[in-house]
Design a protein around this ligand. Structure first.
Ligand code: GDP
Length: 197
């Protein structure tokens, strides 16, 4: 279904060619069960949106909407179709190549998902060797304190090794989820500004 949505992604709502990088294609990556769907539904929901009916292109696999970050609007196309277990190799490679930025999720209650995030980071690096693709390592489910298997310092250390940002979130408590989206927009803007300079 990537190919069918491809033409939608590359044009804006008026059907004209969008300026490069805007909308920004943000891909949710991570093992199954870490909270990608929960992230996508918070994104698709009304909270923090400039216009609550603004999600023009929403489906199971993607959602496009405008949010305001630091007083400036940004349009994000969020892609949540990537499933390491079921998607074809071709689809995986497509995601690795076409995202402008990545939220790399694991669950703090699931060490295997933390290891999976490392594998995905390495795969990403293989596909984007020379590019400074914005990536945030996201430790989700931080509300489940008693079931924690991955410490905050392990998460932070992993992000340092992988040269990406780090945040702990709780989709269940709606804690830090928007901060993660805002963080990715800030990184995309930094990259854009340094290219323009
Ligand atoms: P996906 O497979 O990555 O899309 O994961 P889902 O979004 O479907 O989440 C898997 C399960 O974890 C669901 O039962 C969610 O309700 C739950 N979940 C997701 N995020 C959180 C969170 O931050 N805290 C808690 N306690 N549960 C969560």
């Amino acid at each position: 279904s990537w190919s069918s949505s491809d033409s939608v992604i590359s044009t804006d709502s008026a059907g004209e060619q969008a300026e490069p990088g805007n909308p920004y294609r943000v891909v949710l990556l991570g093992a199954s069960g870490v909270g990608k769907t929960a992230f996508a539904s918070i994104f698709a929901g009304a909270a923090d949106s400039m216009d609550s009916d603004d999600c023009e292109l929403c489906g199971d696999e993607m959602c496009e909407k405008m949010i305001e970050v630091d007083g400036e609007p940004a349009t994000i196309t969020l892609l949540d179709t990537w499933d390491a277990e079921t998607d074809s190799e071709w689809a995986q490679e497509n995601y690795m190549q076409t995202g402008d930025a990545y939220l790399l999720l694991y669950s703090i209650t699931d060490r295997a998902s933390f290891l999976r995030a490392s594998e995905l980071r390495i795969t990403l690096r293989r596909f984007r060797p020379a590019q400074h693709t914005p990536i945030i390592l996201v430790g989700n489910k931080c509300d489940l304190v008693r079931r924690r298997e991955v410490s905050v310092s392990e998460g932070r250390a992993c992000a340092a090794v992988f040269d990406c940002k780090f945040i702990e979130t709780s989709a269940a408590m709606q804690h830090n989820v928007w901060e993660a989206f805002h963080g990715i927009v800030r990184q995309l803007r930094l990259r854009r500004d340094s290219k323009e300079a």
